[in-house]
Write a new protein. Sequence first.
Length: 245
Amino acid sequence: AMMQRVERVMQRTARRLPHARVLCAGGFRPFCSPAEPPPAAPAEPPPASPPPPAASFTCGGFFFAVDPNIGLWNDRVNPNWRFTFTNTQTKDKERIPYAFSIQNRGPHAELALRLQFGFVSCDGVFAAAPQTFNVESGVEATLPLPLQTIRLCHTTLKAPDTTTPVTVYCVDCAIGLGLGFQKAVSGAGVKGVPELTWKNELAMVGFVVAALWSAYSLVTLPNTWSEFLQDLEAWDLPLCNATLA
């Protein structure tokens, strides 16, 4: 009975206190404070995704250009070369013409209409298609054929504030007269309006045909001149006989 009265007193006292009655070891005890749960650890933020890589463009392709030229020793040419830029991420292509003005120097004479087939090579990338290119170096050699010439050239370009070189190889099947060797001493090219990209495939076919024709013409060069001179003699002989008669 004494224990029951003590229990009732403790229960009445617990109602007047701010604690809640909780289950403690040995039963309900009014003075047993509940254990507070440990604070929850803050949730770790998800790892930030890395930013997408910046777009870059490779440079290459084939082109065809028509360039009439009259030159003697110091020769300035004005070809329009087309470069094909390819986005390394999307593989989208853009074909851009560049109007060049190139100063050459060396023992050379030419009066011809150049039909120029070119190939562009580049080992690096660009952040965007450059607005201009500068001529770093270049060489060209012109070999004569009867009433036509073969011109082979190699030109190295760089865009301002970049270290990526662009190399242009050209095979010219020119109509006219020409002979000599030159070096490019200066020059620059300015970006034009983009063109249709399918022209690159057409120019590739033309470059292959021009390269094969040039190789064949160089191999047969002595025989070609020999036959040309024989034809001139055969044509001159009847004319001389008619004049004497």
